[in-house]
Design a protein around this ligand. Sequence first.
Ligand SMILES: CC(C)(COP(=O)(O)OP(=O)(O)OC[C@H]1O[C@@H](n2cnc3c(N)ncnc32)[C@H](O)[C@@H]1OP(=O)(O)O)[C@@H](O)C(=O)NCCC(=O)NCCS
Length: 179
Amino acid sequence: MTDVRRLEPSLIPAAQAFFRRIPEADRTFFKEDVLDGATVSSWAHDERSRRLVGVEEDGTVVGYAAVIPLHGWSSHVGELRVVTDPGRRRQGLGRDLARRGLITAIELGLDKVVVEVVADQTAAVAMFQALGFEGEALLRDHVRDRDGKVRDLLVLAHGVQDTHAILAATGIEDAVAGS
Ligand SMILES: CC(C)(COP(=O)(O)OP(=O)(O)OC[C@H]1O[C@@H](n2cnc3c(N)ncnc32)[C@H](O)[C@@H]1OP(=O)(O)O)[C@@H](O)C(=O)NCCC(=O)NCCS
């Protein structure tokens, strides 16, 4: 049983161990140096962004989601990032974290959530589309992986305030009402 909860100071060591287990290719999604312990420690005190973790009964962190509000003229938009432990994929955790990320975006009063996915990551694209995200932009050759190969980046978006029908369809509205 995996519990999704807000990252709090007591979970920092388990979160740091999670980031060390994530393959380097998947770490690029974080955009931050998650191997830097100080970076992860600072998140527990970050009031502007919200960080969630999937925690097993023994305290092991097996998934992570972040909702990061943008600045200035896009301060109504939040970026969602989701990564799960490769050993725990295809068990519903990624979807659970993404759903909780959307709920968190609503709680933060954001109007729109975007997620950046490498275009050929069909699993991730399918997961976000099933939650009501739609393709909004394709940035060609925007990502260069560690082998130097360039790949397209897909920006998916979800208008969280306008899509209560979608929220209801994905079970999110009930979760918001019950939270
Ligand atoms: C994308 C990611 C978060 C999915 O995590 P997960 O824990 O496997 O997700 P779930 O088990 O909840 O799967 C949800 C849905 O995603 C799709 N999916 C996930 N893995 C898939 C795969 N290998 N092949 C096809 N579809 C897949 C399916 O639609 C699945 O629903 P289903 O199992 O009912 O068919 C995970 O693969 C990951 O961390 N990838 C690297 C980071 C990344 O790409 N993040 C997204 C951008 S921030």
